[in-house]
Each structure stands twice: as structure tokens, then as C-alpha cells.
Design a protein around this ligand. Structure first.
Ligand SMILES: Nc1ncnc2c1ncn2[C@@H]1O[C@H](COP(=O)(O)OP(=O)(O)O)[C@@H](O)[C@H]1O
Ligand SMILES: O=C(O)[C@@H](O)C(=O)COP(=O)(O)O
Length: 427
């Protein structure tokens, strides 16, 4: 298998979001979970998105894992590697966007890296280095209350500088609007001044097309799905990808079995989606504190509840709660400990539901999805049709449990009726 574009995603929902964008823009794409075993039969593709769970781990661990994935992708022909980060720039002053970006640049022989989380289709735009989420500055958006990486600064040049060794520059919208040559000139000038990375403004898809054109000629970039769109379109324009009728329908051939939703995202969108779904489907609200203090009992109570209902139709099990309740729990048990314990519990529930016949699974939340997919030991996914911007239906490849359909929903993605819409596409 020789690939044109490689990507390392810092979480699994982000990986499926990017794989969806690449697919929609003409690249045959597969999403792997970590580096696949050589025996795994992967389809012939243009792009591989390696999903890692490195958004909220120690920077050294993230750098090491990304480095291993980079070597694997380069070994399969990838000329360009996109480090897929969150469109809301989820990170802390310790990383991991800065450290991983700089490490990938070093592995590729140095140089400056273009960075942009812009993804206009989902309301993420960058202007003068400031990130807006549906029109709100990042630090005023719901991301200010994220359970693991609350975002308190919308100025990404500053945010990135705090987590990088090198200086961070800005490619502003006037350069982007002037086209690829102007962006290239600005990138070269920033590089000559010693910058290790540059935040690029982008408001519309055409800005991302310009950025894609330039970054495709460099070895590394960091960005969200918007930059993926730019890179995919640049590759197609270059004539290196044959134009073909892209078909994703085959990936959603029915798998039968029961259907379940597991939610660990506490993002605004997920809380709204749960409230809507609750009017039409059985929803079990887990007791988050018991997941920390009496997990085995809370898990087995949840499984008894599910077993009694799954035969009749889809069910939802959620740990999700309001920002106030999250901070209350965290103040008593610690941010990291609460998050990880709840992920361990929700993933154990997901695995037990599959053991009891669930074959269609929607997981809400990036870290929650990563934990569940790891627990299920699913090695890779084919990309099916899009449910909502950034969220495709996925079909497992080489799954020990047999063929399953999944949707890994980023916390903030999807309309109010997301769960019903996803389940309607998964038969
Ligand atoms: N009730 C809760 N209290 C505290 N933390 C929670 C609660 N429910 C879920 N979590 C944790 O919050 C984090 C949500 O992150 P994630 O799954 O990535 O969602 P999102 O996609 O919205 O960012 C996870 O670590 C999860 O275990
Ligand atoms: O870029 C995005 O916004 C998503 O692809 C993503 O990474 C979201 O992360 P989670 O909200 O943690 O799922």
C-alpha cells in the first residue's frame, strides 16, 4: 500500500472527523487505531488516519507515540503528515500541540509548520490568530468549561507559544486572501526569523484551499478537518488522485444486533442531544460519584438496566453532566482521576453491551470514544456516510467481535437530534 497523505490524530473522534472530510473531498481513506498489525487486511487507499489517544497525556508520551506513527506513515509513502488536532485547539500550557508539532518537524528535517484549527463547516474560524467557535471567542465559548482542557485564551499565537520551544508567527487573513504565493512568502519570512510554527487565519473553505496548496509542498502541518479539506482538494487538483466515484454506502451494510449510545462528553451539544433523546428513548444517567467510589456495582446495575431494554430498541447510558457538577466532582476527586475513572467505567459498559449482543454503538466524547474503542480492541475503520458535519458512520475492519457499525461523536458536534439521526443510519 502506498499512500499520498498520512495523518496522526490526537484522538479517535478527531480521526473519524478527518477521515470523513478526506473521504468527502475525494481521497479513499482508512482510519486505523494506532499502528495496525501487519496482518490486518487494509484496503487500497490514498490516505491513512492513525488514531492515537494523546491529546491529554504527558507531552513526552505524546511525542513518542506520534513519532512512531510518523515513521510508519512515511514508510508507506506519505510525503505529507497532518497532525490532526481539535478544531477548538484542546490543549494545555504543557502541550500537546506544540511539543508534537515541533517533534514532527524535527523528524522531517526541520522547517516551520503551518497550524490552523479552522473548520468553517462546524463554525470554527481563525482571524488575526484568534479562534472563534460559532462566532464566540474560544475563551467565551463552552470550551471554557471543558472537563479536561478548559480553554481560557482565544489568542492561538499565545496559546501555542506557551507550549512550544520555538517562536510562533501569524499568517494573517490578508496574506491568505492574497493566495498561495503570499502565504508561502510569509511562511518563509517567519522561518527566516526563527519561528518553529505559524498560526494561519482562515474563515472560509477557500482560505483552507489556499493553505492546503502551500502545506502540501511541506512535510508536516497541524490542523483540524478544515486543513484536511485543503490538503485533499490540493491533492485532487494536482492530478495525483484519480477522479473516481466515491462510494461510502457499502460501509453501512446492515450488521443487525442491538444498538446503544454511550455518552461521556459533558459538552453543551451532547447535553442538549441527551435531553432531546430522553424524550424518545430509554436513557440511564449514571451516578458519576459512584463510578469513582463503587464502580463495579454501578456498572452491573447499568448492565441489568440495559439488558432489560436492549431487545426492544436502542438505549442510552450517560455519565455526562453539567459544568457545575463536573467541577464539583473534580474538586473532590481531582480532574485527571475523575475523567479517567469515568472513561474506564463507560468503556467497560460499552464492552459488556457488545458482549451482550450490541453491534451498533454510538459513543459521544473524544476521550470516551478512545477508551471504548481500545477496550473493544477494534483495529481499524472504513468510512461510511456522514451523519452530521465531522461525524461519519464507521464500519469496523478486523474486529474480534465481528462487523460492527459505530459513530464516534466529538462532544461539540451534531444537531439536537444527533442520536436518532445516527441510529437511523445504522441498521
Ligand atoms: N459526570 C462527570 N464528571 C466529571 N467528568 C466526567 C463526567 N462525565 C464524563 N466525564 C469525563 O469528561 C471527559 C469528557 O471528555 P471527552 O470524552 O473527550 O468529551 P468531549 O468530546 O466533549 O471533549 C472524559 O474524561 C469523561 O470521563
Ligand atoms: O476537530 C474537532 O473539533 C474534532 O474532530 C475533535 O477533535 C473534537 O474532539 P472531542 O470534542 O474531544 O471529541
Amino acid at each position: 500500500m502506498t499512500i499520498l497523505l498520512g495523518s496522526i490524530a490526537d484522538d479517535y473522534t478527531g480521526a473519524s472527523d478527518l477521515a470523513n472530510t478526506l473521504t468527502k473531498n475525494g481521497l479513499r481513506t482508512v482510519q486505523t487505531v494506532g499502528i495496525p498489525d501487519p496482518s490486518l487486511p487494509l484496503p487500497d487507499v490514498d490516505a491513512v488516519v492513525v488514531s492515537l489517544k494523546i491529546r491529554s497525556v504527558a507531552a513526552g508520551e505524546a511525542v513518542a507515540a506520534a513519532g512512531t506513527a510518523e515513521r510508519w506513515l512515511r514508510g508507506r509513502g506519505a510525503m505529507h503528515v497532518l497532525y490532526k488536532i481539535c478544531s477548538t485547539f484542546d490543549s494545555t500550557d504543557k502541550g500537546n500541540i506544540g511539543p508534537v508539532t515541533e517533534a514532527l518537524a524535527e523528524l522531517a528535517g526541520g522547517g516551520i509548520v503551518l497550524v490552523t484549527p479552522a473548520f468553517p463547516e462546524t463554525g470554527r474560524t481563525v482571524y488575526l490568530g484568534h479562534l472563534f467557535v460559532n462566532g464566540q471567542p474560544l475563551d467565551e465559548s463552552p470550551l471554557k468549561d471543558h472537563p479536561l482542557n478548559p480553554m481560557h485564551d482565544a489568542n492561538l499565537v499565545r496559546v501555542m507559544a506557551r507550549q512550544s520551544r520555538g517562536a510562533i508567527g501569524l499568517i494573517d487573513l490578508s496574506a491568505v486572501a492574497a493566495g498561495p504565493d503570499a502565504v508561502k512568502a510569509r511562511l518563509d519570512a517567519l522561518r527566516a526569523d526563527g519561528a518553529s510554527a505559524a498560526i494561519a487565519d482562515a474563515v472560509f473553505d477557500r482560505d483552507l484551499e489556499t493553505l492546503g496548496e502551500v502545506t502540501l509542498r511541506t512535510p508536516v502541518s497541524s490542523g483540524a478537518s478544515g486543513l484536511g479539506l485543503g490538503l485533499a482538494r490540493a491533492l485532487v487538483r494536482s492530478g495525483r488522485v484519480p477522479s473516481r466515484v466515491s462510494g461510502t454506502a457499502d460501509a453501512i451494510r446492515p450488521v443487525g444486533g442491538h444498538a446503544a449510545v454511550i455518552a461521556g462528553s459533558c459538552s453543551n451539544a451532547t447535553l442538549r442531544q441527551l435531553a432531546i433523546a430522553e424524550q424518545a428513548m430509554p436513557v440511564l444517567r449514571l451516578d458519576p460519584e459512584r463510578l469513582l467510589t463503587a464502580a463495579p456495582d454501578e456498572i452491573s446495575a447499568a448492565l441489568s438496566w440495559a439488558e432489560a431494554r436492549m431487545e426492544a430498541g436502542p438505549i442510552i447510558i450517560a455519565a455526562s453532566t453539567t459544568p457545575e457538577a463536573v467541577s464539583e466532582l473534580q474538586s473532590r476527586y481531582g480532574r485527571e482521576i475523575s475523567g479517567r475513572a469515568i472513561e474506564a467505567a463507560t468503556s467497560a459498559i460499552a464492552a459488556e453491551l457488545v458482549a451482550r449482543g450490541a453491534r451498533r454503538l454510538v459513543v459521544a466524547g473524544g476521550e470516551t470514544s478512545g477508551a471504548a474503542v481500545d477496550k473493544l480492541a477494534i483495529p481499524a475503520f472504513l468510512i461510511g456516510p456522514e451523519i452530521a458535519p465531522g461525524v461519519p458512520v464507521l464500519r469496523t475492519v478486523g474486529n474480534p467481535q465481528g462487523d460492527m457499525l459505530l459513530a464516534l461523536k466529538s462532544g461539540n458536534f451534531g444537531g439536537d437530534d444527533f442520536f436518532a439521526a445516527a441510529l437511523a443510519m445504522m441498521r
